[in-house]
Design a protein around this ligand. Structure first.
Ligand SMILES: NC(=O)c1ccc[n+]([C@@H]2O[C@H](COP(=O)([O-])OP(=O)(O)OC[C@H]3O[C@@H](n4cnc5c(N)ncnc54)[C@H](O)[C@@H]3O)[C@@H](O)[C@H]2O)c1
Length: 444
């Protein structure tokens, strides 16, 4: 089948590559000409494991192409997928300008039946707004063309996006037209062989499902961080508590890791946007507000611990920072806790020596030559001349460092572990001081 994908970011590129891999002819379109040039040269503008190989293979086979030519893109696909960003507006609600711009383009160029498939995360009512926008452009062209608008939210995780797309837990299809559901079922057949993963529902429910899923996951994290803050004050170890509750099958072990807060392009903005939707209809979503407030506070946690350690005087201190991406296996630094920490440290007079296995280019793009911030070539070089080490991303490379060399390198022998990677008992023989999240004051 012919598929057009608007937006060549994390979702658009992965969806496009996976749909091409199973035999479709995919045309990816983006307004960012530089991005499209790079893709046409065989470069991949983002880091996502396996994506480079998948794109290269399908490009060679002629099953995936990249363009900025909107007219060609609209002409190409029966399916017009929208995978553009929906960043937070000034008040936290989802900014739909990019989604509606795509709707406008589709309306301006379509000449035959199209299925507009929205994969971007959007508030309830957006499919109707897309439909209206297309209708009004068609009206102005004095043209009557049939089309359907479908909500097909995307659940892939950065870092495991290809696997998630190829073997999804579920494929949510929100339509008001059974024929469209069947056409989408056909498109997704190769990803649906093992058992039926399609969950067909009405459009509003599909739109809300995506927000509900992200809000639930964010709630688990904030809940656990709240427990960690209580544990810290009562002298308990949250890691013991985590084992204790995760073993209950009703709770489970996933998404109950305490830490220095969640980031990324989804949870922060989606929790906020859902809260705004609730407010706009006169409902006070108190759990969502608390989830967000707890997370904001948690992102300050490492800074507070470091500042307390130095009695509030950070001037001249050098902090090695391991991890910049908001989570491992991605270069995405949107809303990353590392940003809050490094900005606070530098504002208080410290210097930061940062390293991340893949997010260095992204960090340079964001911070340029920010005074006080040095990008280091390796985890080890970040330690040179540092007083203390802070860990914010749980990359596998950081799990088993040479503690003897850490003790030797760090002037003040202090480790601030925002992901609870280490066993405090294992560090003590090296004379290292360990500060984790929610692990009791006895460790501090
Ligand atoms: N990143 C994730 O892990 C993830 C997972 C599930 C859902 N989502 C949702 O998917 C959507 C896209 O997220 P992303 O992370 O891929 O975003 P992204 O910022 O990585 O990519 C968006 C792309 O859309 C392009 N764009 C903007 N306007 C356009 C237009 N009019 N025509 C064509 N291209 C246009 C931008 O140039 C950019 O390249 C968001 O709504 C997000 O919430 C993201």
């Amino acid at each position: 089948m012919n598929v057009t994908v608007f937006g060549s970011g994390y979702v658009g590129l992965v969806s496009g590559a996976c749909l091409a891999e199973v035999g479709n002819h995919v045309l990816c379109v983006d307004i960012d000409a530089d991005k499209i040039d790079r893709l046409n040269r065989g470069e991949v503008p983002i880091f996502e494991p396996g994506l480079e190989e998948l794109l290269a293979h399908n490009r060679e086979q002629g099953r995936i192409e990249f363009t900025t030519d909107v007219a060609r893109a609209v002409d190409h696909g029966l399916f017009q997928m929208i995978a553009v960003g929906t960043p937070p507006d000034e008040d936290g609600s989802a900014d739909l300008q990019y989604v509606l711009a795509v709707a406008e383009s589709i309306g301006r160029h379509m000449g035959e039946y199209k299925i507009i498939v929205n994969k971007s995360t959007v508030p309830v009512g957006t499919a109707a707004r897309v439909r209206d926008r297309v209708a009004s452009v068609l009206d102005s062209r004095r043209l009557t063309v049939e089309y359907d608008v479908v909500s097909n939210p995307e659940f892939l995780k950065e870092g495991a996006a290809i696997d998630d797309f190829m073997k999804p837990d579920r494929i949510v299809i929100g339509t008001d037209n059974p024929r469209t559901t069947e056409l989408l079922r056909m498109l997704y057949t190769p990803f649906n062989r093992n058992h039926d993963r399609v969950i067909a529902m009405d459009i509003a429910s599909a739109e809300l499902t995506k927000y509900a899923a992200n809000a639930m996951l964010a709630t688990k994290i904030s809940f656990m961080n709240e427990m960690a803050n209580i544990a810290e004050r009562v002298g308990a170890d949250i890691e013991e508590v985590r084992q204790g509750i995760g073993s209950d099958h009703r709770i489970g072990f996933q998404f109950i890791y305490p830490g220095c807060g969640y980031g990324g392009s989804c949870f922060p903005k989606d929790v906020q946007a859902l809260g705004r939707t609730a407010k706009s209809i006169g409902y006070d979503a108190r759990i969502l507000d608390a989830v967000e407030a707890t997370n904001r506070q948690q992102k300050e946690k490492l800074f507070e611990k470091i500042s307390r350690f130095y009695n509030g005087d950070l001037s001249g201190k050098v902090v090695a920072l391991w991890g910049l991406a908001f989570k491992p296996r991605t270069d995405d630094m949107r809303e990353a806790p590392s940003r809050v920490l490094l900005e606070r440290l530098i504002a208080e007079g410290a210097r930061v020596q940062a390293f991340d296995p893949v997010a260095m280019d992204e960090a340079r793009r964001i911070y340029g030559d920010k005074p006080g911030l040095e990008m280091c070539e390796s985890a080890e070089s970040a330690l040179q001349g540092a007083n203390a080490l802070a860990i914010v991303t749980e990359w596998k490379n950081f799990w088993s460092p040479d503690f003897a060399s850490l003790a030797e390198n760090l002037t003040d022998k202090a480790i601030f572990d925002g992901r609870n990677l280490y066993n405090p008992d294992a560090l003590r023989p090296f004379g290292l001081l360990y500060f984790g999240i929610g692990r009791g004051e006895q460790f501090e």
